[in-house]
Design a protein around this ligand. Structure first.
Ligand SMILES: NC(=O)c1ccc[n+]([C@@H]2O[C@H](COP(=O)([O-])OP(=O)(O)OC[C@H]3O[C@@H](n4cnc5c(N)ncnc54)[C@H](OP(=O)(O)O)[C@@H]3O)[C@@H](O)[C@H]2O)c1
Length: 340
């Protein structure tokens, strides 16, 4: 299968490494032989319809800061959307930064892929947050497959397991912790007695939070995942404008201390219920499955039959997200194979 990779950062590079590591197993187990025919970063691209050498890609990026430096295969000055539309790739992996305030370019890239009949694996949450229903419609219209399991839960297959729970059952409501950084901050405030600023500083020091942590602490990242869960698992068309969002920026330590005295813990809860979609700090009993420590994620589903189901796992990381991409790739490979 010919693949075009857009974004060659932490996740993009981890994907290339994982495909190499798994090459023999993918062929043995699935008859799948992936070939990277193009890579695009912010400064240019590299293309070879016969397949690019992973070592040459990694070396060019490390030495020159761009894949456009790959000898004989570098490309500069072309628009991403044109490279995508003209590529021989059958599948596009979108792994550029999630920028919810400026989703335009990533949205255009996905549209270019679908309009030219290419399947898409997306780990960038921005285009899904603002245009999920439209993208799903466009992919179906062009008979292209669309997967995005790395957008929620990183390597933990939250979406796939949630989809499994929904089969033949009804989800009454969802309560989830979908952002490891904010969970870490609230957990430190609770367990170490730190105030918000000290806990945030520790999250930055450990590499859990970005230098600009706004998307995490203002609840935007969690809201994007609410939109993806609501559309992708519950079949509820919505965009980020439909989510009421309250983050944890500057949350007073007194609120955490007060909750603890009552046997409760404050968590940033993503909630999908009949009444609406919300992200807000809420209290949960300290023995609730949602009271997960450190930077873990937790998905809690209330099922019509069977009651509560909870899934706990790590939410992020380059190698973990690369495994989610590989899972999607295998899934698409079998889906298009069975359609032939
Ligand atoms: N890292 C994780 O743990 C994780 C987990 C789940 C989901 N994700 C999602 O995965 C995506 C990638 O994350 P990451 O950690 O790999 O980010 P990253 O390390 O910042 O890499 C982003 C890559 O995208 C490239 N890029 C930026 N703008 C571009 C443009 N206009 N056209 C083409 N390429 C462009 C960058 O190019 P340069 O190299 O030239 O700067 C870089 O190679 C994000 O949407 C993130 O939310 C990440």
């Amino acid at each position: 299968m010919k693949i075009l990779l857009v974004g060659f950062g932490v996740v993009g590079r981890a994907v290339v490494a994982l495909l190499e590591e798994q090459r023999a197993a993918l062929y043995r187990g699935h008859g799948l032989s992936p070939s990277i025919v193009g890579v695009i970063d912010s400064k240019g691209a590299a293309e070879d319809p016969r397949g690019l050498d992973p070592a040459a890609l990694l070396e060019a990026k490390a030495k020159h800061g761009t894949v456009a430096a790959v000898a004989a295969h570098g490309v500069t000055g072309e628009k991403d959307t044109e490279l995508i539309a003209e590529s021989e790739a059958q599948l596009v992996i979108e792994a550029t930064p999630t920028t919810v305030k400026a989703p335009g370019p990533s949205l255009e890239r996905l549209k270019a892929a679908f309009r030219t009949g290419k399947h898409v694996v997306c780990v960038n949450k921005a285009p899904l947050a603002v245009a999920f229903p439209a993208l799903q419609e466009l992919s179906r219209h062009n008979r292209a497959e669309f997967r995005y399991s790395g957008t929620v839960g990183g390597g933990t297959p939250i979406l796939a397991l949630a989809q499994e729970c929904v089969r033949g059952n009804e989800v009454v409501s969802v309560r989830a912790i979908l952002n490891g950084t904010t969970n870490f901050i609230l957990w430190r405030m609770d367990k170490q007695g730190e105030d918000f600023d000290a806990a945030l500083k520790e999250a930055v020091r450990l590499g859990y939070a970005e230098a600009d942590p706004s998307a995490d602490i203002d609840g935007i990242d969690t809201a994007t995942k609410v939109v993806i869960l609501a559309n992708g698992v519950l079949g509820r068309p919505c965009t980020i404008g439909d989510v009421r969002i309250q983050g944890i920026r500057g949350l007073p330590k007194a609120r955490i201390d007060d909750a603890r005295k009552r046997g409760q813990a404050v968590k940033l809860i993503a909630r999908i219920a009949r009444e609406g979609l919300t992200v807000a700090p809420e209290e949960v009993p300290s023995d609730s499955p949602l009271n997960v420590p450190a930077n873990l994620n937790c998905l809690g589903l209330e099922l019509k039959t069977g009651g509560e189901v909870a899934l706990v796992g790590r939410g992020a990381g380059g190698p973990e997200t690369a495994t989610a991409i590989l899972r999607d790739l295998i899934d698409i490979w079998h889906t298009i194979g069975s359609a032939r």
